[in-house]
Design a protein around this ligand. Structure first.
Ligand code: X8Z
Ligand code: ZN
Length: 388
């Protein structure tokens, strides 16, 4: 795909989901106005980024307790459950592994358990940003992550194991094909599986005593949207900024300004205090400092819902897709494994087709998934300004 067509493709997908993001933004802003007052949070303007509960304002689920619908909260807190059960880092990874083996993946090799880093070492500095490795390009799989016992890291463990199982699945391809179909695929696999960490699944693995009563889906969806929908414009703008900087379209003397211009335009957030070119705020993001491409995560956000929708169907799930879990379903697993084994040996539309039957990336699965939430958000924000 030529570079300009790629940029256009990202914009096309963003336009599909922008209305949902705008609704979520309006609801969050309304609640923040209630909490902090309109002198702090403008009723019609962008949200001060420091109020969103995340250093980069990229995922907002830390705000969930403040935003939770009174009558539709699922009534469980996965972080609390994990802590109360005295789960340790290794057990979090074992649980993640258990999901993948339930789909038909082989267990992780012994060397994985010996050579991975699961906790922050006390005696030295390490890069704690989670990453998954295949050191010998065959099966020396490793995870490097300073796992904390909470719901966010529980999902991240699945994200990372998605990389590891992909790496192993394509290890019989010729060397040059040992990578994902496109960048987005590598980032999407573990997240696709993590969309199956439903309350019903948590009951099955004894993390939750019983499923929440019916009618509590809005809280579940809102919590997830605060991560997955809030993330979309962030996932989009990092590379937009990088392309502007690297092409020279924006001179170095305006790099920080350009960063905040994009944050305002796409995310509708502003810095809490005046910034200057003496600040280099993009550099606070791991991927900018390390030179890791980022629109892959935007694509992954789209792809994971598209794949989840298709795999849930393969698994015969007939209820709304946010209630579907593919845990234990070998048919869905086989379909996924077949695609992973292709590695980069085929053009990515072939890989996408193998799982979803579609040759185009398509954000309508996000809209399907969050349809009940979209309706609820619109009711909550009736008469409340939207946009910034
Ligand atoms: O960097 C990651 C993974 C490792 S590939 C933990 N993610 C992005 C981030 O943290 O900014 C996952 C979600 C987005
Ligand atoms: Zn990743």
């Amino acid at each position: 795909m030529p570079p300009d067509a790629y940029a256009k493709e990202l914009d096309r997908l963003w336009e599909q989901v922008r209305p949902l993001y705008t609704s979520l933004h309006a609801y969050v802003r309304m609640k923040l106005v209630e909490t902090y007052g309109k002198d702090v949070v403008p009723e019609k303007g962008p949200i001060p980024a420091h109020l969103l509960g995340n250093m980069w304002a990229q995922q907002w689920s830390a705000l969930y307790p403040l935003l939770a619908p009174k009558d539709a909260d699922p009534g469980y807190d996965l972080t609390k459950i994990l802590v109360e059960k005295k789960t340790d880092a290794r057990q979090m990874v074992r649980t993640g592994e258990g999901f993948f083996t339930s789909l038909g993946f082989g267990p992780l090799p012994k060397s994985f358990w010996e050579r991975s880093l699961f906790t922050r070492p006390r005696d030295r500095e390490v890069v704690c940003h989670a990453s998954a490795w295949c050191i010998d390009w065959v099966d020396d799989l490793r995870l490097k992550m300073c796992i904390e016992i909470n719901a966010e890291d529980f999902a991240t463990v699945h994200h990372e194991l998605g990389h590891n199982v992909y790496q192993r699945a394509y290890n019989r391809q010729p060397f040059l094909f040992r990578d994902s179909a496109n960048d987005g695929f590598h980032e999407a696999i573990g997240d696709t599986v993590a969309l199956s960490l439903t309350p019903e699944y948590l009951v099955k693995i004894d993390l939750l005593p019983k499923t929440p009563p019916p009618g509590k889906e809005i809280g579940y969806l809102l919590n997830l949207a605060l991560d997955k929908i809030a993330f979309l414009p962030f996932g989009l703008l990092i590379d937009k900024w990088r392309w502007q900087a690297f092409s020279g379209e924006v001179p170095e003397a305006r790099w920080n300004q350009a960063w905040w211009d994009l944050k305002r335009k796409y995310q509708g957030v502003v810095p809490p205090m005046a910034r200057t070119e003496g600040d280099f705020d993009p550099g606070a993001k791991y991927h900018v400092a390390s030179g890791t491409p980022y629109s892959r995560y935007f694509l992954a956000d789209v792809l994971q819902f598209q794949m989840h929708r298709a795999l849930a169907k393969t698994a015969g799930c007939a209820t709304p897709i946010h209630t579907c879990s593919i845990y234990g379903n070998k048919e869905a697993g086989a379909r996924l494994i077949k695609m992973l084994e292709m590695g980069q040996s085929r053009p990515w539309p072939d890989a996408l087709e193998a799982v979803t039957g579609q040759r185009q990336m398509d954000a309508t699965a996000i809209l399907d998934y969050f349809a009940p939430l979209q309706k609820w958000l619109d009711e909550q924000t009736k008469g409340v300004p939207k946009g910034w």
